[in-house]
Design a protein around this ligand. Structure first.
Ligand code: UDP
Ligand code: MG
Length: 152
């Protein structure tokens, strides 16, 4: 067990279909802590760097088009083994194979329009978080309300 951070992106289908809250709620409900959160327009340069491992594959151009099609909501969450845990909440890459109850299994039809991204390893998470967030946009785990009241 290790406390990790991961990058989650709620992409065009989540934003346009009004599912951002639904996506975010699933991670909050699992107890993960939000460290950073923003609505943003991804540039083509950011998109190509984010998906660099897929450069040259037949679906690469479509992926870049899709992630830049509308503003997206990017967030960084933290928790015990969150990288693997978030991927299990997200579900299999092909939504047809994703188990109902997962985000992709509940809200997706086609692999080329996956509404949510989650980093797949500690190395990917560190690399991807740096593409979307500056250090000063990430906050330390929030204090408890008790700590806050005690400080008053
Ligand atoms: N993708 C696709 N066709 C494929 C494989 C992947 O359109 O045959 C898309 C899909 O939207 C996926 C994204 O490319 O979410 C990134 O692929 P990856 O293998 O990294 O899957 P993920 O980490 O998103 O589950
Ligand atoms: Mg991936």
């Amino acid at each position: 067990m290790a406390v990790e951070r991961t990058l989650i992106l709620a992409k065009a289908d989540a934003v346009v279909r009004g599912l951002v809250g639904e996506v975010l709620a699933r991670f909050e409900r699992r107890g993960y802590t939000i460290l950073g959160l923003k609505l943003m327009q991804v540039t083509r340069d950011q998109a190509q760097r984010h998906y660099a491992e897929h450069d040259g594959k037949p679906f690469f151009a479509g992926l870049v088009d899709y992630i830049t099609a509308t503003p997206i909501v990017a967030f960084v969450i933290e928790g015990e083994d969150v990288i693997e845990g978030a991927r299990s909440t997200i579900g299999a890459t092909n939504p047809i194979k994703a188990t109902p109850g997962t985000i992709r299994g509940d809200y997706g039809q086609t692999i080329g329009r996956n509404l949510v991204h989650g980093s797949d390893s500690p190395e990917s998470a560190a690399r991807e978080i740096a593409i979307f967030f500056r250090d000063d946009e990430l906050f330390a785990r929030a204090h408890t309300l008790g700590d806050w009241i005690a400080a008053k």
